[in-house]
Design a protein around this ligand. Structure first.
Ligand SMILES: [Zn+2]
Length: 99
């Protein structure tokens, strides 16, 4: 069963829980009922990787990095979460670099 990150809307606590997409949302470990799932997407990872050089990186460099890295990230996500999940929730993983 896949594992997801959640954030409590009452106290802001972040936690991990395993459950299927169809199951109801888990509740906060502190007992609050309202939580939302945090979707981890590629751009956050990509920005992290590009951050140290972003001041000097041209748009073309960023675009080529995106073109090179995104299929790899997407493949990892597919291996971990399944094609259907990535297609449905991957969002920007399925998109091309557009700044
Ligand atoms: Zn809470």
């Amino acid at each position: 069963m896949p594992r997801y990150d959640y954030e409590c809307e009452t106290c802001g606590k972040r936690f991990e829980a395993r459950h299927s997409f169809d199951a109801p949302l888990p509740s906060c470990p502190e007992g609050h009922a309202t939580v939302h799932r945090l979707i981890t997407t590629a751009p956050r990872v990509l920005r992290g990787m590009a951050a140290p050089t972003s001041r000097n990186a041209s748009k073309e460099e960023l675009r080529s990095k995106w073109a090179e890295e995104t299929p790899k990230l997407r493949q990892k996500m597919v291996e971990k979460l399944g094609e259907e999940t990535v297609s449905k929730y991957g969002g920007t993983l399925n998109a091309t670099y557009d700044d």
